[in-house]
Design a protein. Structure first.
Lengths: 303, 221
């Protein structure tokens, strides 16, 4: 029984592949449409994931920086730093003199050249504040409290832009999810339509099959396999497109990363993600074919 | 084997194709279904193959009441019936072998068994050397013999044929009928619809005659 089942499936799969191969141009166009519809959301997913890999670098982002007024001298600054450190909400502070600040800036941001041209150090003294983790929620109160001190010019919550980045990424992720749903639906429709036309073209054959006692499952099977192959092939083509896209982006991304003095590289989709893409494509094809077969095969009866 | 009890078939639109038809065909019997065009021959055969269902009355095939066969079970029922058509209804995109193998593939037979049975059937209709030919390269008479080989390949309980010689000249028609007779001799139950009265008279089997949807004459009762 099981052997029989697999034999039938193997035969049908072969026939389905043969049939796709018999109209190469039409099939290629179909696969291309499916590939584009799959490559868009999958590619964007890859980019979002790459961007997400950037943000853990800012996990110590509860830290914030206090910039002192320019007329506050180093001695007063150090005293203030110690004062702030003694607060209950603060775990530690680090005084950053204007000289240290300039050196750090030079090293980390790649602004070396631009800074050489400066005649005098434009930076104020600063204090890096690391809040106590238990006081994370009180961080805004702490910040505005400190901002009230006469020596302090600006309290910059570094967290804010990280949170903004994360919010943007979350929004982007949600957008990609929406696009994925829409384009997945379009893949189902494209394949469903292909299968519908295939069913119309093979109307006579279906009638004959029904006359000699073929079950619905037997008649449906080759169409399901055609859908499966179309979806799967489309997904493989989509993976290739994403690969090419990443290769094209790799150079510019490396250059951009170099400007920010990081060695960030775009990474491609994982094997798991590739498997999901190809499996998903095949599944969408199967679903599209199933819907078309359910709708149209029943209507064909020998007369 | 086949039993009609007071069968009526009215098509949507009101045309009554069969009214009050009763007869029975025993296992191993061979009978001709005759009558002018529009007498209801095709409808009667369609009721046997469950292509149509009776409006009233009972159709029994192999002691099974066809009214009780649900849509999903119809394919399995049809696997036990061989059907031959006037226009052969072959699949022209595949060779003769595959056409004859169709009912066997559907039944899920092993490839070796399929090969054996297909060749046996093709041998019986005298087309063994044509198994790899596309049907379109065969003459009409040969195509009809492929159709017959397909109908008998799965060794069905009963074979029905709708005007199997409708497109053939008298000599070929006689050939085809002789072929059916040979299958009948090995025990196949046969019901053949034809309007070729000369041929029917010549062969002299039971004759069930329809006229205007009613049973006009039945030489077997």
């Amino acid at each position: 029984m099981i052997v029989r089942y697999f034999r039938l499936h193997a035969q049908t799969l072969g026939a389905a592949l043969g049939r796709i191969g018999s109209t190469p141009v039409g099939a290629a166009l179909n696969v291309l449409v499916i590939a584009i519809a799959l490559a868009l959301p999958a590619g964007m997913q890859v980019l979002i994931e790459n961007a997400n890999r950037l943000s853990p670098a800012f996990d110590d982002a509860a830290d914030f920086t206090i910039y002192l007024k320019l007329d506050v001298d180093e001695e007063r600054g150090r005293a203030l730093s110690a004062e702030i450190e003694s607060r209950a909400e603060v775990e530690s502070t680090r005084f950053v003199s204007k000289l240290e600040g300039l050196t750090e800036l030079r090293q980390s941001m790649g602004f070396g050249g631009a800074l050489e041209g400066l005649e005098e150090n434009p930076l104020p003294h600063a204090i890096r504040v690391r809040p106590d983790v238990r006081a994370i929620d009180a961080i805004d109160t702490l910040a505005s409290d400190l901002e009230g001190l006469p020596e302090i010019d600006l309290v910059q919550l570094d967290r804010a832009w990280v949170e903004r980045l994360r919010a943007i990424l979350a929004l982007g992720g949600r957008g990609v999810d929406l696009i994925t749903v829409l384009l997945a639906t379009s893949v189902i429709l494209v394949i469903g339509n292909t299968i519908r036309m295939e069913i119309q073209n093979r109307r006579t054959e279906i009638e004959v099959l029904k006359l000699v006692g073929a079950t619905d499952g037997f008649i449906r099977r080759p169409f399901l396999y055609t859908g499966l192959c179309l979806g799967g092939t489309g997904a493989v083509a989509a993976a290739l497109m994403i690969g090419i896209g990443l290769l094209l982006l790799a150079g510019p991304v490396r250059d951009l990363a170099a400007l920010y003095a990081t060695d960030f590289r775009l990474s491609g989709p994982s094997f798991g993600a590739l498997g999901t893409l190809i499996g998903g494509g095949a599944l969408l094809g199967w679903i599209g074919a199933w819907i078309a077969a359910a709708r149209h095969l029943r209507a064909i009866e020998p007369a | 084997m086949i039993r009609f009890e007071n069968v009526q078939k009215r098509y949507p639109g009101g045309r009554e194709a069969l009214s009050g038809v009763s007869f029975s065909l025993e296992r191993g019997e061979m009978a001709f279904l005759t009558g002018p065009s529009g007498a209801g021959k095709s409808t009667l055969l369609k009721l046997i193959a469950l292509i149509e269902r009776p409006t009233r009355g009972t159709v029994l095939v192999n002691q099974q009441n066809t009214a009780r066969i649900r849509r999903r079970r119809v394919p399995y029922f049809r696997q036990r019936i061989g059907v031959v058509f006037q226009d052969h209804k072959l699949l022209y995109d595949r060779p003769v072998f595959d056409n004859v193998a169709l009912p066997l593939v559907i039944a899920g037979m092993k490839p070796r068994e399929i090969g054996r049975r297909v060749r046996a059937s093709l041998d019986q209709v005298g087309l063994l050397d044509r198994e790899s030919h596309p049907p379109i390269t065969l003459s009409t008479g040969e195509q009809q013999r492929v159709g017959i080989a397909r109908a008998v390949a799965a060794r069905p309980d009963v074979v029905i044929a709708d005007e199997p010689t409708g497109n053939l000249d008298p000599a070929l028609s006689l050939d085809i009928m002789k072929l059916f007779e040979r299958f009948n001799e090995v025990g196949v139950t046969l019901l053949l619809a034809t309007h070729d009265l000369e041929l029917v008279g010549h062969l002299g089997h039971r004759r069930i005659e329809l006229e205007g949807g009613r049973l006009a004459r039945d030489s077997g009762q």
